[in-house]
Design a binder for this molecule. Structure first.
Ligand SMILES: Cc1ncc(C[n+]2csc(CCOP(=O)(O)OP(=O)(O)O)c2C)c(N)n1
Ligand SMILES: [Mg+2]
Length: 581
């Protein structure tokens, strides 16, 4: 390849430069041809000029302080738009920083393409110690859906087309595209370059379910005495909002939204079983999963949370291998969610029987009593604030402004916010997802603001915020309408632990007490607020959402209010020895 490329450069360099193009231009042209509008990344050798050119050519380029956050931004852009989010990084360390986000995107089924510059193949492959040397393609491969490298400029068009189709078709995920420095500088004939570009036609083709699979699913559902629908983030991704709502309402079946599916139907919908999750899982006899996997978040479909009653599962998913992943799926429905849900609605006909009233009433009563139990706690004015008091005021703000996108990370801060803050519209809640990863806060917030133009409210634990805190500079630099609320309980889970050995070092879970996070935002020209009461907090957040100015509210939370690992403390390994102490 290299001699051909060198020959090409040599031959072409004698011609009129107006007749020539290069790898830099072809990448930008290929992305634009395929409707890509934004690139998230961090510049440096060898991709600095690529970022410059992308901006010059009219793409929006959002330059971050750390590639992981650019990667998270790209991945959530993919979730929100169904187009692959693009993250651009330098070689080895920049690539590795972006790789966490690529792996997270793949795990969460978000379409994303990580494009990384790489060093000279001849040197890398002989391990001769090049600048930022790494066999990136091999490192990326296990962490994404597909990984490709382009070596010839005339293959850029097909390489990008392949990356796009791989990211968005079937089950979406992360794709890695390796672009060696030499490729970027390769010069070829302009007309030839233009001809080599590929516009991806129908990048995520619909996949219709088999009619017999639909009939089987309805048969199970019709016979159920206590049916339940579970909506996963795949259902939110599908953008089949009307069809999903129609199916739920036509069936009359109680539904449970997974965290990022909240808002597909408003959380105050009469069929929502959200506040009666335990009862719904335990007592249901037939469960229709729509874009939700039976992974750890649903206790693998078995064990205590699912109760003793036998369950029959119906599953709608685009990935056939998802079926029977953890338990038997009695009625697999394989296809894209929009097509599957529409097929179910059509096959239900006009006389679909409502589920037994005994069941729907039991769920509704439990929802009602749990909400009544929680309501007074949300109105408390304790100082220092507890999670309920602080989140009670944010809950009202989201109810007033349902278009606001809520980004949420932390342990207690996450688990309480998920339960307390109702969401009213689809794709308005973005959180730590399948891995429960800390650090998505600022990356997701930036992309949510950039991609939707809506206000963003990021509610982050103080530990969670720390993972991406430096990106408040990015928020200020692009003047994005993001209000960050740091739930400052001075630590991970709680802020009052002491060093058991009694030495001068603090315990590993606690931070500097009374840290002034709001000054970080002020350092870059944003608004900082120190809030100690629910009223202070509500006032500051309303002001921020009115003005659209980058704002950080440091919400002081009682260091003793949280619990170990939030709601998933049971996942901490416990040996018989540690129990004895
Ligand atoms: C990348 C990553 N590193 C570490 C963890 C482990 N972890 C889970 S929650 C958490 C922080 C919880 O503290 P905070 O965000 O302050 O929430 P709080 O419970 O105090 O409200 C950490 C470090 C993780 N989930 N992801
Ligand atoms: Mg904390």
């Amino acid at each position: 390849m290299s001699s051909t490329a060198t020959d090409t450069v040599h031959r072409k360099s004698t011609e009129d430069p107006a007749e020539l193009t290069d790898g830099f231009h072809l990448i930008v042209d290929a992305l634009k041809l395929n409707g890509i509008e934004t690139i998230y990344g961090v510049p440096g050798i060898p991709i600095t000029d690529l970022m410059r050119l992308a901006q010059a050519e009219g793409l929006r380029v959002i330059s971050f302080r750390h590639e992981q956050h650019a990667g998270y931004a790209a991945s959530i852009a993919g979730f929100l738009t169904r187009k692959p989010g693009i993250c651009l990084t330098v070689s080895a360390p920049g690539f590795l920083n972006g790789l966490t986000a690529l792996a997270n995107a793949t795990t969460n089924c978000f379409p994303m393409i990580l494009i990384s510059g790489s060093s000279e193949r001849e040197v890398v492959d002989l391990q001769q110690g090049d600048y930022e040397e790494m066999d990136q393609l091999a490192v990326a491969r296990p962490h994404c859906k597909a990984a490709y490298r382009v070596l010839d400029a005339e293959d850029i068009g097909i390489g990008i087309a392949r990356a796009i189709r791989s990211a968005v078709s079937g089950r979406p995920g992360g794709v890695y595209l390796d672009v060696p420095a030499k490729l970027l500088a390769q010069v070829i004939d302009k007309a030839q370059g233009e001809r080599s570009l590929v516009k991806v036609i129908d990048p995520a083709p619909r996949q219709l379910p088999a009619p017999e699979a639909v009939a089987r699913a309805l048969d199970v559902l019709k016979r159920a005495k206590r049916p339940l629908i579970i909506l996963g983030k795949g259902a939110a991704y599908a953008q089949a909002d009307d069809a999903i709502r129609a199916l739920v309402e036509k069936s009359g079946i109680p539904y449970l939204p997974m965290s990022m599916a909240k808002g597909l139907l408003p959380d105050n919908h009469p069929q929502s079983a959200g506040a009666a999750r335990s009862l719904a899982l335990k007592d249901s006899d037939a469960v229709l999963l729509i874009g939700a996997r039976l992974n750890w978040l649903l206790s693998h479909g078995k064990g205590k949370p699912w109760g003793a009653a036998p369950k029959t599962f119906i599953q709608i998913d685009i990935e056939p291998r998802e079926m029977d992943s953890n338990v038997e799926i009695a009625a697999p429905v394989v296809g894209d969610i929009g097509s599957c849900v529409t097929a179910l609605i059509e096959a239900m006909g006009n006389n679909w029987p409502a589920p037994p009233a005994e069941w729907t009433a039991a769920v509704r009563d439990k929802v009602q009593s749990n909400i009544e139990k929680m309501t007074p706690r949300l109105k408390n004015n304790n100082v220092p604030m507890d999670f309920h008091g602080a989140l009670g005021s944010l809950r009202e703000i989201i109810a007033e402004r349902p278009d606001t996108i809520l980004v949420n990370e932390g342990a207690n801060t996450l688990d309480f916010a998920r339960a307390i803050i109702d969401i009213y519209k689809p794709r308005k809640r973005l959180d730590v997802g399948t891995w429960g990863v800390m650090g998505i806060g600022m990356g997701y917030s930036v992309a949510a603001a950039v991609e939707t133009g809506e206000r963003v409210l990021a509610v982050c634990g103080d530990s969670a915020f720390g993972f991406s805190g430096m990106e408040v500079e990015t928020v200020c630099r692009y003047n994005l309408p993001i209000c960050v609320v740091v739930f400052n309980n001075s630590g991970i889970y709680r802020g009052e632990e002491t060093n058991p050995a009694g030495g001068p070092d603090p315990a590993p879970l606690v931070f500097v007490p009374d840290a002034r996070y709001e000054k970080l935002m002020e350092a870059f020209g944003g608004v900082g607020v120190y809030a100690t009461t629910p009223d202070d907090l509500a006032r500051a957040v309303r002001e921020a959402l009115d003005s659209g100015k980058p704002t950080l509210v440091n919400a002081i939370i009682d260091p003793s209010a949280g619990t170990e690992s939030g709601r998933i403390g049971n996942l901490n390994p416990q040996s018989a020895l540690s129990k004895k102490k």
